[in-house]
Design a binder for this molecule. Structure first.
Ligand code: AHR
Length: 509
């Protein structure tokens, strides 16, 4: 059996874990909202039409913020359509996804749903087909208590209390030619700075996210960040990163996706810090990784994509990827990458939440179930508490076409000095070999540690409507603790969590 050794240092934590790392994203896209979170005729629907079974699964997933209402959708969105009496709301074309938006669920309904699931609203404004004034109007409608036409309209619409939205995205993926209102970095940077200044004239404490690149493979990547931040550095708090991964037929390469995410994050940090140095600024810009996931985009392009100028369906089945065990292992490694950079990635949104590239799936009139990716997210959200610890890993490597030599094991560890809760997350990227890992947590002796692993003899196994519980986390009974060393066996292509609620002692080392 292959062997690896991991050392973590609880004395010099990297950074506290911001709960906002466990955010997700609900876009008006496909069956995310309609026939997803909202299905008024479903047997489990509550009086407002929201599926109670979905609400329970979202709570179990452990979601902090939820980004809304897009995505590409937001770049053609008229927010006024989504408020006011439902019977008077306009039906609109959604050019991003070639669908019809009924506006049956809008800001009021969505915020009511958010209070049922206990998550924080993160809003994106349309800087594609609209601009600063409409962003200001939405801000006033959302966050001003009363006394103006827009704030009083919100109260009249049924929400007397302001929504109090703190986090705002200044548009979406404005570097992408597919985006309605796509602009050059220079043009977008000026518009974003102007909009940010205006929004902060209303409330200087707003947390603003400027659009970074829609992927590290964009031809403008790097230069886009430099130019946009040069315009907006003093006005914003975050720059966004977006990344999606899929298996293009080279599974070894796919399993190394976390390496790509690490490099992406580190390049954006370097660019942001370059702008900081040039400006002589004392302020640091952090990353909002507000779209990340596995996405079989090739399938969307070939199979799902809707066309035809007279063909604009309501809530079509789009981006309904079925995730395998291998997908979930890569997904778990992306969470490890986010945690490893918790000092600068202080907000993230899994894209998305229900039905659309989602950890939760539903069938109209039928069941709701957890995809394979549900498990690493729920476990990490529940147990990655306190701070992330610096670690070093000694293990074998393998060769990949794009990333060169990649370690077979990736991992991160978290520790909460107050409650003692400790967790280690590990990925085995080998497709053939189990790996025995010895773990030295710098003197921590854990109280009754336990381990759960996601793996399967069939790495393509998945959960489906007819077999919703095929894949789940399994107890990993190979875990032992001797003195200050944990030892565990990681099966091939696997994601593992070791967790303990407390520590017995910290030995001097
Ligand atoms: O999450 C699906 C789409 O991916 C979003 O609408 C867009 O922002 C990104 O390209």
């Amino acid at each position: 059996m292959l062997r690896a050794h991991l050392t973590a240092n609880p004395r010099t934590p990297i950074a506290p874990i911001n709960r906002r790392l466990f955010g997700t994203f609900v876009e008006h896209l496909g069956r995310s909202v309609y026939d997803g979170i909202y299905e008024p005729h479903h047997p489990s629907a509550d009086p407002e039409g929201f599926r109670r079974d979905v609400i329970e699964l979202v709570k179990e997933l452990g979601v902090s913020t939820i980004r809304y209402p897009g995505g590409n959708f937001v770049s053609g969105f008229r927010w006024e359509d989504s408020v006011g009496p439902r019977e008077q709301r306009s039906q609109r074309l959604d050019l991003a996804w070639h669908s019809t938006e009924t506006n049956e669920v809008g800001l009021l309904e969505f915020s009511n749903w958010l209070s049922k699931v206990g998550s924080e609203l993160m809003l994106a404004v349309n800087l594609g087909t609209r601009g600063t004034q409409e962003a200001l109007d939405l801000l006033e409608y959302s966050n001003l208590r009363s006394g103006t036409t827009l704030s009083d309209q919100r109260a009249h619409d049924g929400h007397p209390e302001p929504y109090g939205v703190s986090m705002w995205c200044l548009g979406n993926e404005m570097d992408g030619p597919w985006q309605l209102g796509h602009r050059s970095a220079d043009d977008y940077g000026k518009l974003a700075a102007q909009t940010a200044r205006a929004m902060r004239a209303f409330d200087p404490s707003l947390e603003l996210v400027v659009c970074g690149s829609s992927s590290a493979s964009m031809p403008t990547f790097g230069e886009w960040e430099r130019v946009v931040l040069t315009h907006t550095y003093d006005e914003v708090d975050y720059i966004s990163c977006h990344a999606y991964y899929e298996d293009h037929g080279d599974t070894a390469e796919f399993l190394a996706s976390g390496v790509d995410m690490d490099r992406f994050i580190e390049s954006v940090i370097a660019t942001a810090d370059h702008v900081k140095a040039v400006r002589g600024s004392t302020k640091t810009i952090n990353i909002s990784f507000d779209e990340w996931n596995i996405w079989y985009n090739e399938r969307f392009e070939k199979v799902d994509k809707i066309q035809g100028s007279q063909n604009w369906p309501v809530a079509p089945r789009l981006l309904e990827d079925v995730y395998t065990v291998t997908d979930a292992v890569v997904f778990g490694s992306l969470l490890i990458s986010l945690l490893k950079h918790a000092d600068r990635v202080t907000s993230a949104s899994l894209a998305q939440l229900v039905n659309v590239i989602a950890p939760i799936m539903t069938e109209p009139g039928g069941g709701a179930w957890r995809q394979t990716t549900f498990f690493p997210f729920a476990a990490t959200s529940a147990h990655a508490i306190g701070s992330v610890l610096p670690i070093s890993i000694e293990c074998e490597t393998y060769d990949t076409r794009t990333f060169g030599s990649v370690p077979l094991v990736d991992a991160t560890a978290t520790h909460d000095t107050e409650g003692g809760s400790t967790a280690v997350y590990l990925v085995n990227r080998s497709q053939t070999d189990a790996i025995e890992v010895s773990i030295d947590l710098g003197g921590l002796v854990l109280r009754s540690p336990s381990a759960r692993t996601l793996s399967d003899t069939d790495p393509l196994a998945a959960n489906t409507l007819t077999d919703p519980n095929r894949v789940t986390l399994q107890a990993n009974s190979s875990l032992t603790q001797s003195h200050t060393t944990l030892t565990i066996v990681l099966p091939p292509i696997s994601w593992t969590e070791i967790h303990a609620h407390g520590i017995i002692e910290t030995k001097e080392i």
